[in-house]
Ligand binder design. Structure first.
Ligand code: SF4
Length: 192
């Protein structure tokens, strides 16, 4: 007995043999990719996978023009797991999308880019220069490490992370923080 299952949510049973690249799996993957290509016709990642799996022509499905999002929900889950919850799925049916409440800039967003970095199709737009970062309709000031000057993130994300750890924000990059900790340890143990 065998069946196709969604690997990320299927509980493993014993005894069990798992095939991830059989002809049947590849065929089903191609069918799913055909549908995803209609959902997100602008995604280069989905186009490449369609080619790799020989996905069928899905021209009978009306494409959502200009769309890159495949509605996997990873971005909203990442945001929720941080405790910020600035974005979620909104609307229904073919209008369903990921957004902030009422498509307005959200005060819950800390500009950390977790959503954009986890997105498999790079569907979340953001912009960044030396001084600021823009995402979800908001602009954030970028803070630099007070020791070495390297950019370390937005003021909001640094302060939020410190608050979650019950600490005061240090405004140091990871390397300078490690160096400072090593200096504190060396001083504590009397090492020069
Ligand atoms: S992670 Fe990207 S593809 Fe997935 S729902 Fe969010 S925006 Fe869409």
């Amino acid at each position: 007995r065998s069946k196709i299952v969604v690997s990320c949510i299927y509980p493993v049973e014993q005894p069990c043999e798992v095939y991830t690249d059989s002809a049947r799996v590849r065929e089903d993957r191609g069918a799913v990719l055909m549908l995803l290509a209609a959902r997100a016709p602008e995604s280069t990642e989905i186009k490449a996978l369609c080619k790799q799996y020989g996905a069928m022509d899905g021209s009978r499905f009306a494409p959502i023009e200009g769309e890159k999002c495949i509605m996997c929900g990873l971005c909203a889950r990442a945001c929720a797991s941080l405790g910020t919850g600035a974005i979620s799925t909104v609307m229904r049916g073919t209008s369903k999308k990921i957004s902030t409440p009422y498509d307005e800039p959200s005060s819950a967003c800390i500009g950390c880019l977790s959503c954009a970095k986890i997105c498999p199709t790079r569907a979340i737009d953001f912009a960044e220069d030396e001084k600021k970062r823009s995402i979800w309709g908001r602009e954030f000031e970028l803070i630099r490490c007070k020791e070495c000057g390297a950019p370390i993130g937005t003021k909001e994300e640094i302060e939020y992370a410190a608050m979650r750890c019950g600490e005061e924000p240090t405004y140091l990059c990871p390397d300078c923080r490690k160096k400072k900790m090593a200096d504190v340890m060396a001083h504590a143990y009397g090492v020069e």
